[in-house]
Ligand binder design. Structure first.
Ligand code: NAI
Ligand code: MG
Length: 356
């Protein structure tokens, strides 16, 4: 029997509600499949851990995680701690420590969900956003000087390297190539940002030569935001910088019905280190503890994790079960329903058991 080692890190807020739901669904799935097992170890890292130890994760945390095949991550963020501390202390520490440079974000309107774009035909919104996940605007490069004085300054410098841009471009072209439409939209802001973004455009054109069967087009980020709302069916695979794709993918999640359904994978495509799978959303203080967090994003994330682990039939079975549950109208309040996290989990587990 194949065995995959999973490190589960629920983290903060609703992360502690949706990850247990995801693990329950994964248990039902491995029981149903019978030909592979998941060996899950949970790590209580996050803001409570910080309050107890002064660190978001242990100093040798990355070393511990190295031995796992994948990381299943909830969310991080606490109302009483600065986001810069919590995010960098755990999630960005893992992403950067393991060089998970490709952040993959599929978006689709699931059966039974209503997009704010109500006139959308089924399949009219089916995108994969590829986000550069290691440098750009979130490189952490910059500084502050003259604190508290009138002349105080702060800089936040975007870093674009040839290695960094080329590898994310290649990943994006490969994903576009694997999808039926073979269409890649390269998003920049090269009219106004005339160094890094022009560099990005040039490298896109170079890499495009290796993928003659993929149609590449360019779009400025502001125009892209408008196009996502006005002509969603014209889009397939999208590649953008760390900041641009962060913003566009929140819009994508909202257009698909709710942030509560949007999944993501932080990949090290070289597979030297474990990749990390998580819902796009954060720790959602406003609904923490109410039992109504939507676990669909965390389930869909598990599909991406299973695909990455080579368990394609199980991933497809889980996706079918998710779609069966949403089509039946078992929806949490963020999607206009009244179901709880537990109700949705039970509906998906039931659909897995009934699937043949
Ligand atoms: P958020 O994603 O936590 O919440 C935004 C809105 O969406 C809230 O109204 C929330 O109730 C709703 N929402 C999110 N996930 C949902 C779900 N599964 N089911 C139902 N409704 C859901 O973003 P926000 O409020 O900006 O950030 C809260 C904290 O999370 C902050 O500390 C932030 O830094 C952190 N954060 C962490 C992320 C991560 O760990 N990857 C990503 C985004 C934010
Ligand atoms: Mg975001």
């Amino acid at each position: 029997m194949r065995t995959h080692k999973i490190a589960a890190i629920p983290g903060d807020g609703i992360g502690q509600e949706v990850i247990p739901a995801g693990l329950e669904v994964l248990r039902a799935l491995t029981e149903r499949a019978g030909d592979f097992a998941l060996e899950v170890e949970e790590f209580p890292w996050g803001s409570d851990f910080y309050r107890a130890t002064g660190r978001m994760m242990p100093e040798d945390g990355l070393k511990t995680l190295e031995g796992f095949d994948a990381i299943y991550f909830g969310a991080v963020g606490d109302p009483h701690l600065p986001d810069s501390l919590t995010l960098w202390g755990l999630r960005l520490n893992i992403c950067q420590g393991f060089d998970q440079y490709a952040n993959i974000r599929p978006t689709r309107v699931l059966p039974g969900l209503e997009s704010p774009l109500r006139h959308l035909a089924p399949g009219g919104l089916d995108w994969v956003i590829v986000r550069e996940n290691s440098e750009g605007e979130y490189a952490g490069h910059g500084g502050r000087a003259h604190r508290g004085h009138a002349i105080e300054i702060a800089t936040e410098t975007s870093i674009f390297t040839r290695v960094g841009v080329e590898r994310i471009m290649r990943t994006a072209f490969q994903i576009a190539q694997s999808r039926p439409r073979k269409l890649l939209t390269v998003v920049t802001k090269s009219n106004a940002q005339r160094h890094g973004m022009v560099f990005w455009d040039e490298i896109a054109a170079e890499v495009a030569k290796d993928f003659p069967d993929v149609t590449m087009e360019k779009e400025l980020v502001d125009a892209m935001a408008a196009r996502m709302v006005r002509k969603p069916a014209s889009i397939d695979t999208v590649v953008a910088t760390n900041l641009h794709a962060d913003i566009l993918s929140d819009l994508a999640g909202a257009l698909a019905g709710s942030l509560g359904v949007a999944p993501t994978a932080n990949l090290d495509p070289s597979r030297h280190r474990p990749s990390m799978f998580e819902p796009i959303h954060g720790s959602a203080f406003d609904i923490t503890g109410k039992g109504i967090a939507n676990p669909i994003a965390t389930f869909w994330t598990a599909c991406m994790m299973l695909e990455h682990l080579g368990e394609k039939p199980a991933a497809a079975r889980l996706m079918r079960a998710i779609e069966m549950a949403t089509a039946k109208g078992v929806l949490t309040p963020d999607l206009g329903g009244t179901a709880t996290t537990k109700d949705v989990t039970a509906a998906v587990v039931e659909a897995i058991r009934a699937d043949n």
